[in-house]
Design a protein around this ligand. Sequence first.
Ligand SMILES: Cc1cc2nc3c(=O)[nH]c(=O)nc-3n(C[C@H](O)[C@H](O)[C@H](O)COP(=O)(O)OP(=O)(O)OC[C@H]3O[C@@H](n4cnc5c(N)ncnc54)[C@H](O)[C@@H]3O)c2cc1C
Length: 329
Amino acid sequence: MANTFAFVESLSGALRRVGLEAVTAARRLADATGGGEVHALVMGAPGILATAEVIGAHGADVVEVVEHAGLALYSPEVVAATAAARIGDGSYRAAFFSASAQGKDLAPRVAAKLGASLGADVTAFEASGDAIVVRHPVNTGKVIATLSITGTPVLLSLRPGAVTAERAPRTARVATIAPAIDPAAARVVPKELLAGNTAKLDLGEAPVIVSGGRGLRAPENFKLVEDLAAAFGNAAVGATRAVTDDGWRPHTDQIGQTGRLVSPDLYIACGISGAIQHLAGMRTSKTIVAINKDREAPIFKIADYGVVGDVLQILPVLTEAVRKAKQSH
Ligand SMILES: Cc1cc2nc3c(=O)[nH]c(=O)nc-3n(C[C@H](O)[C@H](O)[C@H](O)COP(=O)(O)OP(=O)(O)OC[C@H]3O[C@@H](n4cnc5c(N)ncnc54)[C@H](O)[C@@H]3O)c2cc1C
């Protein structure tokens, strides 16, 4: 019986949410196709072994761990060679990666090494006979392509948030293995990771995103967006390009075609018109709430809930309501 593989991303010794999403996806595919094991690979500096239990708790039967001082930062050649060596033994039907910034670098490298098919930036998948059928947003998300992919293995990179990481406890067999090539021998050696504001929750990790546009009128009014995000506790702040170009917010906050692609459980668009370039980055969010004073604003076409009104008046009321709801739980 064919097995399913998951590459589990980590950063600074901690698992990334997208890593556990890949394990959950692999578990789902394995269960839907009548079995086979889920084998997960995690790589990092010494200490990363401690994450194996959590990976098992999300459905991996086997967790292979590569610990090496040269892997404190993502090393493209070493990680791709090791993942390809693991997947290339012919026992896997499918292999899951994330379509995160790292996964967009890694998955095509592995596919090229193996001569394997890659379904990139996938938002849904299912097995269908010999094929794996995937959905993949194209044309800035205006069109969803359905692709039927055959071959062994099929590689898939999952759009962050497309699958919610879930526990599916296993007592995983854990093995430490060596990297396929020595990190010291790599031609590209990562030297430094320049962190942004590390106190902030990453947009790709946050289950809730409160995002602001030019409708906030002035940069200081983003305080209202930050207050709402803080009331949720597990929310990140996003922005449109209009406001990042104007310097109201850092460019790292920008969501859209030329910014971050996100799929949180909840996306609250505050004073955002809903230009296609913005929608391209967030339209796969599971629930979308829009606040806009113009009832004809395009954002309402994709919103699940819409509030027509002045965002500067509505945000404080919403923040208070979220605070109260949180306190009563
Ligand atoms: C090549 C290219 C790439 C691009 N990439 C991106 C991208 O990645 N991300 C992105 O976001 N954009 C991108 N853009 C820009 C995009 O086309 C829009 O210009 C931008 O998204 C608009 O931002 P906005 O909604 O904040 O501003 P606006 O379009 O000005 O909309 C402001 C909205 O706020 C509402 N409003 C005003 N006052 C209030 C109030 N008091 N209360 C409530 N609502 C109010 C208005 O009704 C309006 O709908 C790109 C453009 C190009 C050409």
